[in-house]
Write a protein that binds this ligand. Structure first.
Ligand code: IMP
Ligand code: MG
Length: 174
């Protein structure tokens, strides 16, 4: 089976939307600094572009997480593969994601972060698939709401491929 990619959101549109988001977020944090927490790997492309459009002071760090999967779902913990380098206590933490689908991993991550006593904790995602949500999480900033389709590009992968596409596309199998 081979696959082809159908463009869903163009490089130009994404760039424009990120400028808007940067302005909106910066206005909301006026007079404060923001600790952008990038969720690896998919969030990297969006995080770096968004950070360049912020007009308030920004610091950046990265986390890699995975959930334990269905069999140990009841454990309710997130497995941290790469943790932050520094404390987030008293900071304005903005978690930056590529896409929120079921929201499972993210809700566990947010719970973990809350225990570290940030001053504020907000969530920003480039794409949101609300139709697929199984947890109740508040998303503060959304680039685009998209239908329930599997997308790649701008950080998002299919079997580790296509992360480097400058646009967002839908994978079509043929
Ligand atoms: P969730 O825990 O189900 O919300 O999704 C976790 C992660 O799965 C996201 O942060 C993405 O990295 C990945 N993911 C979800 N939907 C897609 C998609 O359509 N394309 C590529 N990756 C996705
Ligand atoms: Mg992700």
């Amino acid at each position: 089976m081979s696959e082809r990619i159908r463009e869903l959101i163009s490089e130009k549109d994404i760039a424009k939307r990120i400028v808007e988001l940067g302005a909106q977020i910066s206005a909301d944090y006026q007079g404060e600094s923001v600790f952008m927490l990038c969720v690896l790997k998919g969030g990297v492309y969006f995080t770096t572009e968004l950070s360049k459009r912020m007009s308030v002071p920004v610091s950046l760090d990265f986390m890699a997480v995975s959930s334990y999967g269905m069999e140990t779902e009841s454990s309710g913990v997130v497995k941290i593969i790469k943790d932050l380098d520094e404390s987030i206590e008293g900071k304005n933490v903005l978690v930056v994601e590529d896409i929120i689908d079921s929201g499972r991993t993210l809700s566990l991550l947010l719970e973990n972060l809350r225990q570290r006593k940030p001053k504020t904790l907000k969530l920003c995602t480039l794409l949101n698939k609300p139709a697929r949500r199984v947890t109740d999480i508040q998303v503060d900033y959304v680039g685009y709401e998209i239908p329930d389709e599997f997308v790649v590009g701008y950080g998002m992968d299919y079997a580790q491929k296509y992360r480097n596409l400058p646009y967002i596309g839908v994978v079509e199998f043929e």
